[in-house]
Design a binder for this molecule. Structure first.
Ligand SMILES: *Cc1c(COP(=O)(O)O)cnc(C)c1O
Length: 506
């Protein structure tokens, strides 16, 4: 009954707003008037469209003048309001001129994508309709779409579609944090009530030294501290050394520690290394330890038949992190946590409140606030849904294969031009250094090259260190728009910078 009354009231209000807009001040400031909205929509759309169509004529990274940036920002003063048009112009200008453009085909950086156009529409629609996904009853349509996606991705990774569950989250870091919580609750069922201090043994978990640092943060947030993180050495391909893992578990068991999770990485951030998930799964199942696979970026390889063998064993994971905002090219903020234990999230997150709508379970629904870290929830899944619905699995298979080919082409071109490739991966991350002159392989030289590439505005790459502390250059094909000509341009630029630096030192 109450709902019915509210409904009628809202329809009434909506009609008033639409047909007879009153002009009391709050409304004018927050809703703006119809005429303004009309012209601002057009401006926003034109800004977005010209960004998309002209990005490749832009510098990849801005010329950074810290003082100038600070003075631009402090020119805004919230004591004096500005017009909506000048506010939008201010932001559009800042975003165009003062950021690294990961949408640029010459961006060979970290795993930041050029966003799919369907994903941009999705984020705009989500902002406007502002669905609340905390409980099923508020938004059954949106919740069911996310559940459909979760089951579909779970099935792709080889989980039983009917028995798996998961949640959308901000990204891989939150998904990894969620994995840690799930693994803890799984191993220590009483931990929610009794806390860590009730444990007789010290909980420890295992990652490779090339794993993502979000696990260290997650250990801190869970009150485990850095001492609980066992960093296992990697082999010559920067993959977790499975023998070392076994030995470390043995040692810990003897020392009164309680191993509760092991992490396999499918595509490390540094070099795209894929751990031997199958072997790690054998150890974890023998020891009854939760296996989490961090496939934030590399997981997309599961969509390409010829790349699937590299992820063999991933279906044996207890949970998986996967980021749609990396290789699936949706706008940022689209992590996915997947698990084949349908009740584990609920066991970790269940709580009862007086103020939330009645649990939706009785309608066959699913309440995300009882199954995830988040409470109020944005409809993250829509950008994945719209992109996937339009591209299809086949479309994604093609684009991932294409980018993989671009990675191979980059390796070829680099080798042809006397650069030495130092990592081994089927994924399009290339770590390299100057092949000819080992003296020039040093840290300073490598960093100088990366700095000069960035400063040129022509491309973006980075410098990193692999586990034996070798400084290397790192270039990753992250963009579905990157073509062979872009790769030749990058290698040409690298050659030019190397030549100049060599001339300077001679
Ligand atoms: C990017 C990445 C993360 C972190 O994910 P965010 O989406 O940045 O939070 C974790 N693990 C791996 C392997 C990654 O590549």
């Amino acid at each position: 009954m109450l709902l019915l009354i509210l409904g009628v009231r809202e329809v009434y209000l909506f009609n008033r707003l639409k047909w007879n807009e009153p002009n009391y001040p709050t409304l004018k400031m927050l809703l703006l008037d119809a005429e303004q909205r009309d012209s601002l929509w057009k401006e926003v759309i034109n800004t977005i469209e010209s960004y998309i169509s002209q990005i490749s004529h832009q510098r990849v990274s801005p010329l950074i003048d810290t003082d100038k940036i600070k003075s631009i920002i402090t020119s805004v003063n919230f004591d004096n309001e500005i017009s909506p048009k000048s506010a939008i112009d201010f932001v559009a200008d800042g975003l165009l001129n003062l950021q690294v453009h990961s949408s640029h085909p010459m961006y060979f950086g970290l795993f930041n994508p050029a966003p799919s156009t369907m994903g941009i529409y999705a984020d705009a629609l989500v902002a406007a309709f502002n669905p609340q996904l905390a409980s099923w009853s508020h938004n059954p349509f949106a919740v069911e779409i996310e559940l459909l996606l979760i089951r579909s991705f779970a099935a792709r990774f080889g989980f039983d579609e009917k028995k798996s569950c998961g949640t959308f989250c901000s990204g891989g870091a939150e998904a990894n944090h969620t994995a840690l919580i799930a693994a803890l609750v799984n191993k220590f069922p009483k931990i929610n009530e009794k806390g860590l201090r009730s444990l007789k043994k010290h909980p420890v978990f295992y990652v490779s030294e090339q794993s993502h640092h979000s696990f260290v943060k997650a250990a801190r947030f869970c009150g485990l501290g850095d001492v609980s993180v066992r960093e296992i050495k990697t082999d010559e391909n920067y993959c977790l050394n499975v023998n070392d893992l076994e030995m470390q578990i043995e040692r810990d068991l003897k020392k009164d520690c309680a191993p509760f999770m092991v992490v396999a990485t499918a595509g490390t951030t540094n070099s795209g290394a894929i751990d031997d998930i199958e072997k790690i799964a054998e150890i974890s199942s023998k020891r009854k330890i939760w296996l989490h696979t961090d496939a934030a970026w590399g997981g997309a390889a599961i969509l390409v038949p010829e790349l699937q063998p590299f992820l063999r064993g991933i279906e044996r994971s207890d949970s998986i992190s996967f980021d749609a905002h990396k290789w699936l090219s949706v706008p940022m903020g689209a992590g996915i946590f997947l698990t084949r234990h349908p009740d584990i999230l609920n066991r970790a997150c269940r709580i009862s409140t007086a103020y939330m709508p009645k649990e939706s379970g009785e309608f066959g629904g699913y309440d995300f606030h009882l199954n995830s870290m988040q409470w109020s929830r944005r409809f993250i899944g829509l950008k994945v849904f719209l992109s996937l619905a339009v591209a299809g699995w086949v479309g994604y298979e093609k684009t991932i294969r294409y980018q993989t080919e671009m990675g191979n082409y980059l390796r070829q071109e680099l080798e042809k031009n006397d650069w030495e490739i130092v990592n081994k991966t089927p994924l399009p991350i290339v770590c390299f250094r100057d092949a000819k002159n080992s003296r020039l392989g040093d840290k300073e030289f490598i960093e100088k090259i990366a700095d000069e590439v960035v400063a040129s505005g022509e491309a973006w790459i980075s410098a990193t260190r692999l586990s034996n502390a070798t400084p290397v250059l790192r270039a990753c094909v992250t963009n579905f728009r990157t073509q062979r000509c872009n790769i030749r341009q990058l290698v040409g630029l690298l050659n030019k910078i190397r030549r100049n630096l060599q001339n300077q030192t001679n």
